[in-house]
Design a protein. Structure first.
Length: 125
């Protein structure tokens, strides 16, 4: 359900839309309002997490020199197979011994973390 629909539903329920029938008591009204608010909040959190993890493939020429140098150091004995830009940082996917590992760097080349790419993507590249 899109976010505008959730807000419309929330407004409808909160304003008593279908609750004008006297057989529905105040407890039910409050329960429906709480459910609508919870659903709207959950949807907002889910969308925020989805946006937070957006990745964009980039060319190595678009990566700052300090980040490239730090990634090359981490790639000793392996090779950098691709670059991704995530927010204000960069990720180098490095393959060593048949295993791909993602190294996240800030714009100055500091390693922020590393993770197994097979676990993140659900499959191996």
């Amino acid at each position: 359900m899109s976010q505008p629909r959730v807000w419309n539903l929330l407004f409808f329920v909160a304003s008593g839309g279908c609750l004008r029938n006297e057989s529905i008591n105040m407890k039910t009204s409050k329960l429906l309002t709480a459910i609508a608010v919870s659903a709207a909040l959950a949807l907002g959190v889910a969308q925020a997490k989805e946006k937070k993890h957006e990745e964009e493939s980039v060319k190595s020429s678009d990566v700052p020199a300090a980040v490239q140098k730090a990634a090359e150091k981490e790639a000793t004995g392996g090779k950098i197979v691709r670059w991704e830009k995530e927010g204000g940082g960069y990720e180098a996917v490095i393959e060593k011994n048949g295993k791909q590992t993602g190294y996240k760097f800030d714009a100055n080349g500091k390693v922020l973390n590393k993770h197994d790419e097979a676990k993140e993507k659900g499959d191996k590249y």
